[in-house]
Each structure stands twice: as structure tokens, then as C-alpha cells.
Design a binder for this molecule. Structure first.
Ligand SMILES: *Cc1c(COP(=O)(O)O)cnc(C)c1O
Length: 429
């Protein structure tokens, strides 16, 4: 692709973009003059589809008009509402419907899945995570270790090499080949939240399984961003939230994947509630527990319909567009973003995300030497919404759903100006 560093070229790319119509399906926050913010934090909280309100209103109306009868009589009966999400969600992560369910929130699900898939013995009990794992995942595995009577120091970290930011799969291979007999579980972020690195899930599964370790993936930064092909990857389980790239609202529910090979295993220890009991006899109330097959067999409670309505609104959009088309635009959009950043005439700026489009999603993590949080504050003051990670990284995620080529042109224009004024420290803009 021959990119050019001009506003006219960025606008031309938007004109040629067959998905540009999608932006109008979202509420884009605006400044007081009515100008759209430059929003690059779809990796943190995705923007609201305009259709969401209508989907939630429908459930509010049915609740108002039908009360408890809504479980059966609502336009989308609540009793089986979660089933309306399953197939669409499965497609987004490359799973089979039997492997997929939407329930609870992400960290809760990691724990529920570890109840079944982290089964330590006296000698095989350690857990491998990335050294830059998302804090919630780290706390979750540390608390699981302690819950089972081990120490939080029994976490093994898969680290970047000295002076580097990204992970090498060979280093995971070394950890597992040397210590695999002591390792019970690998719990890895499929797309690292900090660097944006998209790891090879199939390879991770193969490495883990070579020493009989269970392999779980946190896909919070992957779902709706990259195509993880969960089924083919062979990982045992995965979980992700729906409020990042899946645009389903703050604190929204989580998706769960349990590989088909475990679907009929009734012997897996797990926690139970009425919602993972056989739905044919669920309301007989007095029957002994009879676990459901597949990922649904990890549900506990009847789910919050209002949150699921927001998820449905978003998944219907994903279904309409398809991940292939989104991914194709995403590679181009982030490619253009990368091109523009590399044009900035400053030694202080460096992209730490992998250069290979197959090893990243839409996010670029940009390290700005000598910067401090005030650079981020200046961006924010100008309604350029990015995410700051100490000590010196700005994370920007142009999403193919609602970001434009002009958006990435404008943010780089701003950064370039800011950095050209750097004299030893960051800029005055
Ligand atoms: C966003 C995120 C979380 C947040 O978990 P919640 O339980 O939804 O609050 C956890 N892990 C990762 C990797 C994330 O990116």
C-alpha cells in the first residue's frame, strides 16, 4: 500500500472505505462546538451503537407490560434470551455454538473456569501468565493458588527478553519444557492489553498440551478485534468481556468458550446453579442436578436481560458486517496509522506493538521517550481520547467499526506538532 501523509489522502481512503457507513450507527461523543471527539479507546470502552437504546427499551416495555410473563411472552422471551447471542458470539471468536455462552463478568468467569480447569496436585500446580498480564488476571491466578494452599509466588512469568517489549513463543516453549511437570495451567492474554501483541493461540495450546498443562486464554482485547479461531486453536477455555471492542456498555457481561472436547465431560468439577441444570427439567425444582452439555454447563444464574439486550444490539451489527470485512479494514486503518507515526521526525517516539499485521489487532502502543502524563492530558484536553500507561506509553485503538482514516491522520498531526516542540522534555501545545 502506498500511503501518503496528507489530509486529502486520508479523506480519500475514507471515501473508498466500504465500511465507512458504520460510523453513523454509533454515538460519537462531541465537544461543545459539536465537533466529534477523536476516540481511540474502543479497547477500553467501545462506543454506543445508536440501536442499543431501542433494544433495551423493548425489554423495558415488555417488562412493564408483561411482568413475570415476559419470561415466556416477551417478543424475545427472557427464558432463552442468552441463546439469541450464542451463535453470533461463536462466529466472532471462531467457535462452535456448543462451545460458547454469554454469562457473568470476565474475572468471575475466569474463576469459574479455573474451578474446573485449574486442578492442581501436590507436584503439578504452578500457573504461567505473561509478566505484563492485566492486573485482574494476575490477582485471579494468585488468589486461586492461595485458595488451593499454594503461594502467590507459584506464578511463573513469561517475560519479554531484556531490553525488549514483546514476547517470544520460544521462551514459553522453554518454560514449559523445563518446568512443565510442575505447571498445571497456562492463562495467557490472547492479545496483550499493553503491547497489543496477538499471540499464536494454536502454538500456545500445543506447547501447553505437550506437558499436559491446561491452556486458557483471556480474550478481552481480542474479541471483536482479531480472529482468534478458538475452536481450531485447541485451547481448553477462554473468556472475554463485551464492553471493549464488542461495544456492549460499561461493565457488560462476558463471553465464555469451553472447547468441544470438554462439552460432554460430566466429571469435570464445577460449581452449580439452576442455570447449568438441564433446561428441560429446570423448573421441576426438586430433581437432582443434571448438568447441561457444552459451555452452557458453566452458567449459574438467570441472566440480566437489559445487559444482554445491549449485547444483542452490538452482535447484530457484527453479524451484519462480519469479522472478515472488519479485519480487512482494521489492518488497513492501523497500517495507515503506523505509516503516519513512522513519518514523525522524532527519535522520541517508538511503536512497541508488532509490525506484522498478523501479530496485532487494531491497537498501537506508542512509547514516547521523556513524556509524562501531561502529554496524555494535552491530548485529552483537545478531545483526543487515548489511554495512558505508566511510564511512557500511549495506547491507541482505531476500531474499524467507527474510526476513520481522517481520525488517525488528525491524532498523528497533533502528536507530531507536540513532539516537534519537545526540547528535552515533552511539548507545549
Ligand atoms: C478489561 C480486562 C479485564 C476486566 O475484567 P472485568 O472482570 O470485566 O472487570 C480483565 N482482564 C483483561 C485482560 C482485560 O483486558
Amino acid at each position: 500500500m502506498n500511503y501518503q501523509n496528507t489530509l486529502a489522502f486520508a479523506k480519500q481512503l475514507d471515501k473508498e472505505d466500504s465500511l465507512s457507513y458504520l460510523r453513523d450507527k454509533f454515538h460519537i461523543p462531541k465537544d461543545k462546538n459539536g465537533k466529534d471527539w477523536l476516540y481511540f479507546t474502543g479497547n477500553s470502552l467501545g462506543l454506543q451503537p445508536k440501536s442499543t437504546k431501542q433494544y433495551i427499551n423493548q425489554e423495558l416495555e415488555d417488562w412493564a407490560n408483561l411482568g413475570v410473563e415476559g419470561h415466556f411472552e416477551a417478543r424475545n422471551p427472557w427464558l432463552n434470551y442468552h441463546e439469541l447471542l450464542t451463535e453470533k458470539m461463536a462466529k466472532i471468536v471462531g467457535a462452535k455454538p456448543i462451545e460458547t455462552v454469554v454469562m457473568n463478568t470476565l474475572t468471575t468467569n475466569l474463576h469459574l473456569l479455573m474451578v474446573s480447569f485449574y486442578r492442581p496436585t501436590k507436584t503439578k500446580y504452578k500457573i504461567v501468565i505473561e509478566s505484563d498480564a492485566f492486573p485482574s488476571d494476575r490477582y485471579a491466578v494468585q488468589s486461586q493458588l492461595k485458595f488451593h494452599g499454594f503461594s502467590e509466588n507459584d506464578v511463573i512469568e513469561w517475560k519479554p527478553r531484556a531490553g525488549e517489549e514483546l514476547l517470544h513463543i520460544e521462551d514459553l516453549e522453554t518454560i514449559v519444557s523445563e518446568q512443565g511437570d510442575e505447571i498445571a495451567l497456562l492463562l495467557i492474554g490472547g492479545v496483550n492489553y499493553y503491547t497489543g501483541q496477538f499471540l499464536d493461540l494454536k502454538q500456545i495450546a500445543k506447547i501447553g498440551h505437550s506437558k499436559n498443562c491446561v491452556v486458557g486464554i483471556d480474550l478481552a482485547h481480542g474479541a471483536g478485534n482479531i480472529q482468534p479461531n478458538l475452536h481450531d486453536s485447541g485451547v481448553d477455555f477462554a473468556a472475554w468481556c463485551t464492553y471493549k471492542y464488542l461495544n456492549s456498555g460499561p461493565g457488560s457481561l462476558s463471553g465464555v468458550f469451553v472447547h468441544e472436547k470438554h462439552a460432554k465431560n460430566r466429571d469435570l468439577p464445577r460449581f452449580a446453579g439452576w442455570w447449568n441444570h438441564n433446561k428441560a427439567t429446570r423448573f421441576n425444582m426438586r430433581k437432582p442436578f443434571d448438568v447441561m452439555e457444552g459451555a452452557e454447563g458453566w452458567q449459574l444464574s438467570n441472566p440480566p436481560i437489559l445487559s444482554m439486550a445491549a449485547i444483542k444490539a452490538s452482535l447484530d451489527l457484527f453479524e451484519e458486517v462480519g469479522m472478515d470485512a472488519l479485519r480487512e479494514k482494521s489492518e488497513k486503518l492501523t497500517g495507515y496509522f503506523e505509516f503516519l507515526i513512522n513519518q514523525i521526525d522524532s527519535k522520541d517516539i517508538k511503536i512497541i506493538t508488532p509490525k506484522n499485521p498478523k501479530e496485532r489487532g487494531c491497537q498501537l502502543s506508542i512509547q514516547v521517550k521523556n513524556a509524562d502524563k501531561s502529554l496524555h492530558q494535552k491530548l485529552t484536553a483537545n478531545h483526543i481520547i487515548t489511554d495512558w500507561r505508566e511510564p511512557d506509553v500511549i495506547r491507541c485503538a482505531p476500531t474499524p467499526m467507527y474510526n476513520t482514516f481522517e481520525d488517525v491522520y488528525r491524532i498523528v498531526e497533533f502528536l507530531s506538532l507536540a513532539l516537534s516542540k519537545v526540547k528535552g522534555t515533552h511539548a507545549e501545545v
